[in-house]
Ligand binder design. Structure first.
Ligand code: NAP
Length: 284
């Protein structure tokens, strides 16, 4: 936060680093949040390709120097940025990924608001007791979701196309969990599953015809399907689950909740869900 003189209101320099960023919804979300809070500020995009670490270093130095107050981090820097920060919250450390950077003086602190954002949205969609959750995929988002659910008492099964990746995730984040091979999921085993989370990019535009759910499998009847993909709002997975009578929702809610938590961390103001949803809808 920059203030030129005590009489001037603070101006928040915020932004997003990742690549590519052209279709990001974050500027609309955070600008709406600034507006709702009545705060002066900007939200800029810093597109930095995967291997341009010098530029990432430079950006973080600008933040240490006080030119930037808050940064969101997205693919491909969520993991690579860890080593460049001064402190990590226990959540970011456990997940092994950072999606939000805040500054205390010259100290850069890495947070992960994906985990709490997912949980907040799951509760908004459906307040259900903990049971067995099947997480599809074992990348960064799967790690955040697994961490959040595990902390809330869920039993975690992780199904990935590379079983060693599922095994590693389970060992590191939910040691009592069960690693599975995505292609080898068996219907009888899945009857007890209460929550299915898609944490793969399958179904995301432009490949909207794809689904992570194996075509030969029925959905467990008592389950809720939560697809982290938010573009399109209704993925193939959501469509097939609903057609089978299984409730399903997309990842826009999580995107909104993680943004609200990041914005609150930077400014002390928690934007409302409705304001942020309205900002996204205007972009559609
Ligand atoms: P990531 O780190 O690249 O992980 C993707 C995972 O999906 C990996 O396990 C990957 O396996 C697997 N996968 C990729 N293509 C696959 C395929 N064809 N078949 C089976 N598995 C496949 O990505 P991420 O950051 O976790 O993001 C995953 C998705 O979540 C993205 O669509 C992202 O937009 C979404 N997301 C949404 C939110 C939200 O707020 N709603 C937040 C974060 C992420 P391999 O390692 O073998 O490729």
């Amino acid at each position: 936060m920059s203030a030129n003189s005590p009489a001037q209101p603070p101006f928040f320099h915020l932004g997003l680093v990742g690549y590519p960023l052209a279709h990001s919804l974050s500027p609309a979300l955070h600008r709406a949040a600034l507006n709702e809070a009545g705060l002066q500020g900007e939200y800029r995009l810093f597109p930095i390709p995967p291997h341009e670490t010098d530029r990432l270093h430079l950006l973080l130095q600008q933040m240490r120097d006080g030119e930037i107050d808050g940064l969101n981090v997205t693919i491909p820097h969520k993991q690579s940025v860890l080593a460049l920060l001064d402190e990590l919250t226990p959540t970011a450390q456990a997940i092994g990924a950072v999606n939000t950077i805040a500054r205390r003086g010259k100290v850069l602190i890495g947070h992960n608001t994906d985990a709490a954002g997912f949980l907040a949205d799951l509760q908004r969609v459906c307040a259900m007791p903990a049971g067995i959750a099947l997480v599809l995929g074992a990348g960064g988002a799967a790690r955040a979701v697994t961490f959040a659910l595990h902390q809330s008492g869920w039993q975690i099964w992780v199904a990935a196309r590379r079983s060693e990746q599922a095994q590693q995730l389970v060992e590191q984040i939910a040691p009592e969990g069960r690693p599975l091979q995505l292609q080898a999921l068996a219907e009888t085993e899945l009857r007890a599953v209460r929550l299915i989370v898609n944490a793969t990019p399958l179904g995301m535009a432009p490949q909207i015809e794809q689904s992570p759910w194996p075509a030969h499998l029925s959905f467990p009847k008592q389950a809720l399907v939560y697809d982290l993909v938010y573009n399109p709002a209704e993925t193939k997975l959501i469509q097939t689950a609903r057609a089978a009578g299984v409730p399903a929702c997309g990842g826009l809610g999580m995107l909104i909740q993680q943004a609200a938590l990041a914005f609150e961390m930077w400014t002390g103001f928690r934007p409302t869900y409705e304001t942020l949803l309205g900002a996204v809808k205007q972009k559609e």
